[in-house]
Ligand binder design. Structure first.
Ligand code: ADP
Length: 457
């Protein structure tokens, strides 16, 4: 039995976890940086402890301070959310050695699947298709270029420890390869403290389609269907939806089976995501596994009716999954827009500052997950996402019309946001017809009139 959970995160995901715990009758401890004292997750948790200055490196990434807080407050579990320490093998190990239940997979699984080259090898051995590429990391440029020539250009050079679209470079020919290889190595070293790289065939205009999986400690593994996350800017997701407008029943079944195979091959426990790229012919390839809850988990919750955070806690408590594969049904469509404090008219530059008037949309089929409110100051220290707006309904059209309506109702004064940009996409015929691939946003921006995203306040 879990009595009390420390939430090692901030923002909307920390609040999301507080809410699930409250419904389960579990006590919560929020840890926060000096910049986050006003955040809703701090105000709504049962207890809160400040763990350091604003910078993530001095607060949310400080395992020692988080574990001290856990000891002082006598918690028996830690939920890491996403980002920060959520995919840190050492942190999961430290939790275990402090006798604290880490709500996620085993530390060794995080290590194995967090290394993208090792993850490729693991699932490929189990018969899950991977994109043609190098067998493991490549030490030097000379070997890498040989692999690139063998698989054929264009290729993508990726960081073994990659995440958040960083440490990734596309090379279109042998001439540009050396430069891209060096710059990927530099970025990977800086971002992850690990410059190891591997090379993969670069797929032109694929769709990014991922499967949510759940696995308990008794060997039960299920999937909760897919999310289409093809609408991306610089390899970062902007809009996600479930189900994918591209999949038919047959392809969904085949990909679901492959997702379960990959989960079993990883000897996985808890909630995870198997990410695939899918080409225009419906060929699909594993790209990576995320060993944590995802930002976009809410769309799966709205189409399946399953609370993924509660399932995570249930699994970590040692219980069996509360549902079987047969009980998972998808009779709705859900869409999520990431609302960010940024200015699309100025290269999407971050726009921190104090929010003035704030009014979040509501009504039938609308969900807003956010830690902000009027008078809240958006800090420049963290990710620019300030809310997730999710709409759902019986059909994709209903969910889309509802999204446009909800975006139009959203009032956030005092800072710039990407709301007008999202509205323009939701109205765009290409997106509405379900044609978006991972190059959609780039093409959309190239044809959009310059001042189209300006707020009309
Ligand atoms: P990260 O962990 O940094 O998010 P991923 O491996 O999940 O990186 O890839 C992020 C995105 O990058 C994908 O959704 C896709 O748009 C693009 N991408 C990754 N690998 C390839 C590839 N081989 N071909 C084409 N696009 C790719």
């Amino acid at each position: 039995m879990i009595r009390k959970i420390l939430i090692a995160n901030r923002g909307e995901i920390a609040l999301r976890i507080v809410r699930a715990c409250r419904e389960l009758g579990i006590q919560t401890l929020a840890v926060y940086s000096e910049a986050d004292e006003q955040s809703l997750h701090v105000q709504l948790a049962d207890e809160a402890i400040c763990i350091g200055p604003a910078s993530g490196a001095e607060s949310y990434l400080r395992a020692d301070r988080i574990l001290s807080a856990a000891e002082i407050a006598d918690v028996d579990a830690i939920h890491p959310g996403y980002g920060f320490l959520s995919e840190n093998e050492e942190f999961a190990e430290q939790c275990a050695s402090c006798n604290i239940n880490f709500i996620g997979p085993k530390a060794e699984t995080i290590g194995k699947m967090g290394d993208k080259a090792m993850a490729r090898e693991t699932v490929s051995k189990a018969g899950v298709p991977i994109i043609p590429g190098s067998d493991g990391p490549i030490e030097n440029e000379k070997d890498a270029i040989k692999v690139a020539q063998k698989i054929g250009f264009p290729v993508i050079i990726k960081a073994v420890a990659g995440g958040g679209g960083r440490g990734m470079r596309i090379a279109h020919n042998a001439v540009s390869f050396a430069k891209e290889f060096q710059s990927a190595r530099l970025e990977a070293t800086k971002a992850f403290g690990n410059g190891a790289l591997y090379v993969e065939k670069y797929l032109e205009n694929p769709r990014h389609i991922e499967f949510q999986v759940l696995a308990d400690k008794h060997g039960n593994v299920i999937h909760l269907g897919e999310r289409d996350c093809s609408v991306q800017r610089r390899h970062q997701k902007v809009i996600e939806e479930a189900p994918s407008p591209f999949l038919d029943k047959n392809l969904r079944t085949r990909m679901g089976k492959a997702a379960i195979k990959a989960t079993n091959a990883a000897d996985y426990v808890n909630a995870g995501t198997i990410e695939f790229l899918v080409d225009s012919k419906g060929n699909f390839y594993f790209i990576e596994m995320n060993t944590r809850i995802q930002v976009e988990h809410a769309v799966t919750e709205e189409v399946t009716g399953i609370d993924l955070i509660k399932e995570q806690i249930n699994i970590a408590s040692g219980n069996r999954l509360s549902i079987s594969q047969k009980e998972i049904t998808f009779d709705k469509h859900a869409i999520e827009c990431r609302i960010c404090a940024e200015n699309p008219s100025n290269g999407f530059a971050p726009s921190p500052g104090t929010i003035g008037l704030y009014y979040a949309p509501g009504g039938h089929g609308v969900r807003v997950d956010s830690h902000v409110y009027g008078g809240y100051t958006v800090s420049p220290y963290y990710d620019s996402m300030i809310a997730k707006l999710v709409t759902y309904g019986r059909t994709r059209k209903i969910a889309l019309d509802r999204m446009y309506r909800a975006l139009s109702e959203y009032i956030i004064r005092g800072i710039d946001t990407n709301i007008e940009f999202l509205k323009a996409i939701v109205l765009d015929p290409g997106f509405r017809q379900g044609e978006a691939t991972t190059s959609y946003v780039e093409e959309f921006l190239a044809r959009a009139p310059k001042d189209v995203f300006k707020k009309s306040q």
